[in-house]
Ligand binder design. Sequence first.
Ligand code: PHE
Ligand code: CO
Length: 284
Amino acid sequence: MTGETTHNLRGDYSGMRPDYTVDQAWSAYTPEEHALWRRLYARQAALVPRYACREFIDSLAALDFGDAIPRFDAVNPKLARATNWRIVAVPGLLPDRAFFEHLAHRRFPVTVWLRTPAEFDYIVEPDVFHDFFGHVPLLFDPVFADYLQAYGKGGLKADALGAIEMLSRLYWYTVEFGLIATPAGVRAYGAGILSSGGELPYCIESDAPNRIGFDLLRIMRTRYKIDTFQETYFVIRDFRELFEATAPDFTPYYAELSHREPILPGAVLATDPVVRSEPPSANT
Ligand code: PHE
Ligand code: CO
């Protein structure tokens, strides 16, 4: 995640390197933490066949990391072969620039600490379960992987242009909470929903939220809430659409958006292409 402050963060930032990385210290995880991981994984893995996009389902099955908190070092050779990405261990949320630098160099920062059992159902800050389960599988998709790197480079540019708030909305509504239209129906690819036991069925099946076709400028005007289920999701056709729509230079977009009002999280505009989502049938 990005676009948030780094005040009062959980996590130990004392021993990190200048780029905010740390050692994962895998041996320091307790048996209780591994057991909590197994429970979190089992719940999410059971939901994924119904609600996740194909690319995520296939990666998750190939990685098979449900038995214990994964060793980051064990995943990296596979990731290097697939898309030349790697994951790096970090104490928690990073300042925007440090985060963008990692993405721009095809490094995905993964938080080392795991939530407490009391946070089984709900956590606001990203922990190792959110970061790893939610984000790592799609790093194996070549087009999505290229999009994420381009986003990192775009972040450094947005920072120079004072446009991080607008760009962060794009990350939020794609990488964290994105939906994708597939032949079988609307499915999830955003890490914030794929790692949530409650929001994953909700984002596909509930009548409450809006589902709107992807529109880059619309998204960059739309505010978001970080502590409730989303009121609006944006639906891409495929990762190619995401990559191509974001390829142009954003400088003129930022200039135009800077004198337009933000759109509220729950608003639907007359021009919005609303997408229908049906409950997945039992055999999908
Ligand atoms: N093309 C964008 C720019 O010039 C960068 C970007 C790429 C942003 C992909 C987001 C995602 O700023
Ligand atoms: Co995230």
